[in-house]
Design a protein around this ligand. Structure first.
Ligand code: NI
Length: 169
């Protein structure tokens, strides 16, 4: 099932999500639906709050279907190591049509659980590191625009409010 993506302005995106506790068939179905929804929206990462479910769960595939091994399920992820700095344009499925340059650590290690509840650690660089941070932020109610200047953020919010008023958001 393809879920519609929740857009900026919905309070679920700015809320602390609750931990995943049941690693059962329902979770497997939700994860499958999240991958399907992410691919349908042409994204490389999707967090559960973005489909209106406030759980600490995200999916990532920075290869966009090229490599099945690159499909990652992050349940209850924690950032346990970061190193360096890397600046790149970043976007979010919940803030469509906008992209901003964001500086984040270049190398990131997460500790998370897979869909069966098994703990694992994984280190990513550049795009994957960015995805780990971006998706983990989502679970803490934080969007990438919190990492840009207040000036740029206010400008973006003004544009979005205009689009909301025009019924284009
Ligand atoms: Ni996002």
């Amino acid at each position: 099932m393809i879920y519609p993506i929740v857009k900026f302005g919905d309070p679920v995106l700015e809320k602390q999500a609750t931990p995943v506790t049941a690693f059962d068939e329902d979770l497997q179905k939700l994860v499958d639906d999240m991958f399907e929804s992410m691919y349908a929206a042409h994204g490389v990462g999707l967090a559960a709050p973005q489909i209106g479910i406030s759980r600490r769960l995200a999916v990532i595939d920075t290869t966009f279907k090229e490599d099945p091994d690159a499909k990652l399920v992050l349940a209850n992820p924690e950032i346990i190591f970061t190193e360096g700095r890397h600046t790149q344009n970043e976007g979010c499925l919940s803030i469509p049509e906008f992209r901003e340059s964001v500086t984040r650590p270049r190398k990131v290690t997460i500790r998370a659980q897979d869909v069966k509840g098994n703990f694992y650690e994984k280190t990513g660089e550049e795009l994957l590191a960015r995805a780990f941070l971006h998706e983990t932020d989502h679970l803490n109610g934080k969007l990438y625009i919190s990492h840009i200047s207040a000036l740029k953020r206010d400008l973006m919010k003004r544009k979005i409010r205009k689009m909301m008023k025009a019924g284009e958001w």
